[in-house]
Ligand binder design. Structure first.
Ligand code: GLN
Ligand code: ZN
Length: 767
């Protein structure tokens, strides 16, 4: 029995990768230093896995920015617009690579970056390959071969990791009409064969092909492509040991296809889809090894050894020792690096810490599970088993986790708790008492989080500022923002969110049941890392979270001040969530906490309250068959959070997502009085989903893109609003930017909003 790892975090245990890359981009360090830091991280990772006792250690899991982009560079899938970057004297392969990731604006060249999107249902973003009709591929970067050789020099025979050819193509996007990306397999496959030839000449033993698409719904054409590609590989390299890695879901109806593919080892995800084990064991080919993905690569909880051992034993009975491997469920890049870096009890108490495992600890868990089965060093492993049992039983019964009041409140919920008092048509009449003009103007919530504002928070956190000093600064900044919004004549004001570090963290820090790590960084994209909150226990709200600042801002103006909250689904989606109860239940608990906040805001005299849900769409399960179940509980959670108020109180929600067509019914079911959405970059096309559906409630389609500092012209916004008015009745329309303005500077923000207000006034004249 062997252990394998599918991928180790590459950010470095102290985010060394982030630091060196950002220094390089800022021109503060040289090319060689960047390469050296990359090398150090790889060596550290390999050594650490070797010392932990992992049998099959991955290579090519390192990346300076993104592993999908690495593959595009490897295969020479480089869009033509980068030719000038390639040709420019002095530019290295790394410069080209970063140009593809981030765009290139230097010395008169101005080339835009490639698009970025989410990696399946994770919070990791990859650079989307761009495909053209009949596109040729050729081996451009030899990274994968170089890194295998590099490890070999250190005496470690690694298992190179490649995104499989079909998944690579499916991850990309057709940039012109007249072909399907999957047709490119014939052009692409020779490059894979080229790479394999080189690896084989260096005595590679195992090669891992990541094919996560095998856990998704596949068309017939895609299934055929799978058969074709893997048969060709087998034909060219009959002795190569292929590890076919699937993860994030079960194989389900693709199981026949998968078992027909030539491979030495099949890896399956038993954390996401434990139920598939029995069927896979029944149908697996006689000689195939099964790699059991037992240790959760997507979360931070300790493995339940007893449970894993029972699954391993089940597999062993059927397959025997030689045909069972043990592994994490997927690559560990979705976990923080090392729990040992959490040295601050204020952040993570020892009680909570004993329930957790980060990547390094997960690698050790995989090895311990093997030793428990093979009876290697029985004394120390038995002790580890006992410690594991103790930690898990402590977690089951801890007072930190279980709050009977919360459980009772959830149990007593009934359907009426998710219903506003009256239907929207009646609420709309009552809300006319708000006396808002047509094309009412507002913003999405945040105003610029300047370096200064962030420095106040840093100084407050490190004790330089007292609470009082910090509050005074925030109050002044808020007052300035309120005054300025009045001056330019916006209709519905916001307080600006200056007191918030992040839209989830700010709430998590005030809710019971949440913990915050100090070093739990996970790569989000490129050098950007996030530190998701950890939801470990029943969630409740010990005190109001936003009332003070909202009421203060309201007291400064006679206009309406919009209360600003993050919705339950978004809080859930952007956190590490407890795994001892269904996500839907945790979401409902958060919804009740937000509901209490909504009630308190209403009591404090706030008449308009926005509950942001930008993450509703990204929570969709990978398989369509499960969408409805998710949408049911997610929409219900939002409704629970929003439904305690009077008819006259206006509830807004906000989403910055580009696709509404397939979930428009569910968005309507959320029944917010007003929804603001991102639409400007698609020239209002995204509004069509709402128009076709005859969406009944009010809508604020974003009239300008907040991702760029460019100040939009008044006529452009009038033009967009006219387009909107052509498809949505004007008494349903609001005027607002695409999203919050926290990443913008004040200068461009002011100019843009002045124009926006004037654009709305122009629209009113035409009424
Ligand atoms: N209210 C938040 C803000 O303006 C919304 C952010 C978001 O949609 N991502 O920053
Ligand atoms: Zn947004």
């Amino acid at each position: 029995m062997l252990t394998q790892n599918l991928g180790y975090p590459r950010i470095g245990s102290h985010r060394e990768l982030k630091k060196i890359c950002e220094n390089y981009w800022a021109g503060k360090t040289g090319y060689k230093n960047v390469l050296q830091v990359g090398k150090n991280i790889r060596h550290e990772n390999w050594k650490l896995q070797q010392e932990a006792g992992v049998d099959i250690i991955p290579s090519n899991d390192f990346s300076f920015y993104d592993h999908v982009l690495d593959h595009s560079l490897t295969f020479g899938a480089i869009p033509k617009r980068y030719n000038e970057v390639i040709l420019k004297k002095g530019n290295s392969e790394l410069d080209l690579y970063f140009a593809m990731a981030r765009g290139y604006q230097k010395d008169g060249l101005d080339v835009v970056a490639m698009e970025m999107t989410k990696w399946f249902d994770t919070n990791y973003h990859y650079i989307v390959p761009e495909f053209y009709k009949d596109q040729p591929f050729k081996l451009f970067s030899t990274k994968i071969i170089d890194e295998f050789y590099e490890a070999k020099q250190l005496g470690i025979i690694t298992k190179p990791v490649l995104i499989g050819p079909i998944s690579y193509l499916l991850l990309g996007k057709e940039k012109e009409a007249g072909f399907e990306k999957i047709d490119l397999i014939k052009n692409l496959l020779p490059v894979y064969l080229d790479i394999l030839t080189r690896l084989v000449s260096l005595d590679v033993e195992y090669v891992q092909f990541d094919e996560p698409f095998l856990t998704l719904d596949l068309s017939e054409k895609e299934q055929k492509a799978y058969e074709y590609a893997y048969k060709e590989i087998k034909k060219a390299f009959p002795k190569l040991k292929i590890v076919l890695a699937t993860y994030f879901e079960g194989l389900d109806n693709n199981l026949d296809l998968v078992t027909s593919l030539p491979m030495k080892v099949l890896h399956i995800d038993l954390v996401r889809a434990e139920v598939q084990l029995a069927e896979v064991l029944r149908r697996l080919n006689e000689k195939t090894i099964l790699s059991l993905g037992l240790v959760d690569g997507r979360n931070i909880w300790k493995n339940d050894y007893d449970h894993s051992l029972s699954l391993i034993n089940h597999a062993l009975q059927k397959l025997g020792e030689d045909r069972v491997w043990i592994a994490p469920s997927c690559s560990l890049i979705h976990c923080p690096v090392d729990l040992e870096n959490e040295t601050d009890d204020k952040h993570l108490s020892p009680e909570i810490k004993q329930w957790l495992a980060y990547a390094r600890q997960k690698v050790a868990e995989v090895v311990t599970l093997k030793k428990l089965i093979t009876n290697e060093s029985p004394a120390s492993t038995t002790q580890k088993l006992e410690e594991n049992k103790k930690a898990l039983s402590n977690r089951k019964t801890s007072n930190l986790i279980h709050n009977p009041i919360v459980k009772e409140r959830v149990a007593n919920l009934d359907d009426s708790d998710a219903e506003r008092l009256s239907p929207f048509s009646l609420r709309k009449v009552k809300q006319q008492s708000l006396n808002l003009p047509r094309f009412a103007t507002t913003t999405i919530g945040s105003f610029p989080q300047t370096t200064e504002v962030r420095s106040w928070r840093a100084k407050f956190k490190n004790g330089t500022y007292s609470q009082k000093e910090y509050d005074t600064l925030i109050a002044e900044e808020t007052a300035k923002a309120v005054k300025w919004q009045e001056d330019i004549d916006l209709d519905v004001l916001v307080h600006g969110e200056f007191e918030r570090n992040d839209m989830v963290e700010y709430f998590g820090e005030q809710l019971d049941g949440f913990a915050f790590s100090k070093n739990g960084w996970v790569q989000s994209y490129g050098s950007r890392c996030v530190k998701p909150p950890i939801i470990y226990g029943d969630v409740s709200r010990p005190h109001p979270m936003t009332v003070k600042w909202t009421a203060y801002a309201q007291s400064l103006t006679s206009k309406y001040m919009k209360g600003m909250l993050t919705g339950p689904v978004t809080i859930l989606q952007w956190s590490f969530v407890r795994n001892d109860q269904p996500r839907s239940l945790t979401c409902t608990q958060i919804a009740l906490a937000i509901r209490d906040e909504v009630s308190d805001l209403e009591k404090a005299g706030i008449k308009i309250i926005q509950i942001d849900e930008p993450a509703i769409r990204e929570g969709l399960p990978l398989r369509k068959a499960e969408w409805q179940h998710y949408l049911n509980w997610a929409v219900k959670a939002f409704r629970i959070s929003a439904s305690s108020v009077k008819d006259e109180t206006q509830i807004h929600t906000h989403m910055c997502y580009s696709e509404f067509n397939d979930i428009i019914q569910n968005i309507a079911d959320m029944d917010a009085d007003v929804i603001t959405i991102e639409t400007s970059r698609s020239q209002m096309e995204l509004l069509d989903a709402f128009a076709n559906f005859q969406y009944p409630n009010e809508i604020g389609p974003g009239v300008y893109d907040i991702h760029s500092p460019r100040v939009p012209k008044r006529e452009e916004m009038v033009h967009l609003l006219k387009k909107a008015k052509a498809v949505i009745p004007s008494d349903q329309l609001w005027v607002n930017p695409d999203c919050g303005l926290k990443t913008r500077g004040w200068d461009e923000t002011k100019k843009a909003l002045i124009e926006m207000v004037e654009a709305a006034k122009e629209m009113r004249k035409t009424e």
